[in-house]
Ligand binder design. Structure first.
Ligand code: SF4
Ligand code: SF4
Length: 361
């Protein structure tokens, strides 16, 4: 069990998350102001993961938004401090460096996260270095690891995937010595295929001193349920204290750990009750755009509209009647999910849950 925070630490934790609380306390001021954007830049991928939630559009020869189209929509989205360039496998886009530069120029983006399956070590490192050399942003390379050895290969359905992951990881860590603006994180999706391997996986990552952050999330989204199965809430509950919160990387930040502990406990309750327990405000400030130009409040709900039908005017879509109606449904708690990217922001955006996290043991 963790210790309670001292009074000074409680204050420091409040100050750390206050900017997120402001999004809900001063709502009119934050209208059309976004904390982050998740942009899926391609529908192509070189893995075939069991738990992929993009499986319906993956590798179907669909046309990804071009640089010109990206340039158009970013010109009216406004300031975007954070950006996640996802996929598919984002490094399969030859122009990933140019995409980063467009966001830096048009949206003054300062922090970019790129989740990758790590299957192309040379290409990933080459492009990462190019971004770091030519685009002045803080870059997080988020390598996905879902098991150790054979477990990882079987989940990716790629022979030798774990070895390639290790090669990418080592090279990425070496790059952090040269570029202080680079951080390497690990992402894990927990589901039945790896539930019995998680302990070994956490200990593998804990033994790598350079890794400061290891994110473990319950499977989510529209995954193909013929291929993957969710962990039962009871099993997940058991894993939280025993394994998930043992992650050394999480222990590097005691304030973050408080939020994560509350998130995981809430996720179990959400799974059991099938209800939106914390009001979802994150969907209003962290939009999603897929590689085809569809705009979403989040990756779980249906798209609001496509950029191509609105002459790439993002704000027009965001302020459309369809968007307003979907936001009313969200506020009426007609949807629920355990999506970490949103719930982890919803906690500090709620005065009640932020205080609960600050005062938790
Ligand atoms: S790496 Fe990501 S996008 Fe590719 S198959 Fe796996 S989960 Fe899907
Ligand atoms: S609760 Fe989940 S499904 Fe509903 S809006 Fe928020 S992120 Fe989307």
């Amino acid at each position: 069990m963790d210790k309670k925070l001292s009074l000074i630490e409680k204050f420091k934790m409040f100050r750390k998350y206050q900017f997120l609380l402001n999004y809900s306390l001063f709502k009119p001021f934050y209208k059309n102001k976004f904390f982050s954007l998740t942009f899926h830049i391609t529908t192509r991928c070189n893995a075939h993961c069991l738990m992929c939630f993009n499986w319906q559009t993956m590798n179907k020869n669909l046309k990804d938004l071009s640089l010109e189209e990206i340039n158009k929509f970013t010109k009216n989205i406004g300031n975007l401090p954070n950006l996640s360039l996802s996929g598919g496998e984002p490094f399969l886009r030859d122009d990933i460096v140019e995409i980063c530069k467009i966001f830096k120029k048009n949206c003054q983006t300062n922090k970019i996260a790129i989740p990758t399956n790590g299957l192309l070590p040379e290409l990933i490192i080459k492009k990462t270095e190019e971004i770091l050399k030519t685009c002045p942003v803080r870059l997080k390379l988020c390598l996905s690891l879902d098991g150790t050895g054979q477990v990882h290969d079987e989940i990716r359905r790629v022979d030798g995937a774990f070895e390639k992951f290790k090669k990418t990881l080592q090279a990425a860590i070496a790059l952090t010595k040269k570029y202080p603006k680079l951080q390497v994180n690990i992402n894990t999706t927990a589901f039945t295929a790896n539930q019995n391997n998680l302990e070994e996986l956490v200990s593998f990552i804990n033994n790598i001193p350079e890794i400061k952050f290891h994110n473990i999330e319950f499977i989510r989204g529209a995954f193909n349920n013929h291929e993957a199965e969710t962990i039962t809430p009871e099993k997940y509950d058991e894993l939280i204290d025993k394994i998930i919160l043992k992650s050394k990387s999480l222990n590097n930040d005691k304030y973050h750990k408080k939020i994560y502990a509350l998130y995981h406990n809430l996720a179990v309750k959400i799974l059991k009750t099938k209800k939106q327990l914390v009001r979802c405000r994150a969907a209003s400030h962290i939009p999603v755009i897929d590689a085809l130009g569809n705009v979403y409040h989040c990756e779980i709900l249906p798209p609001i509209a496509n950029l191509k039908d609105y002459n790439y005017d993002f704000k027009k879509i965001w302020n459309s009647e369809t968007a307003k109606k979907q936001r009313q449904n969200i506020a009426a708690k007609k949807c629920y999910c355990t999506h970490l990217c949103y719930q982890i922001q919803n906690i500090p955006m709620s005065p009640y849950y932020l205080i609960k996290a600050i005062f938790a043991k």
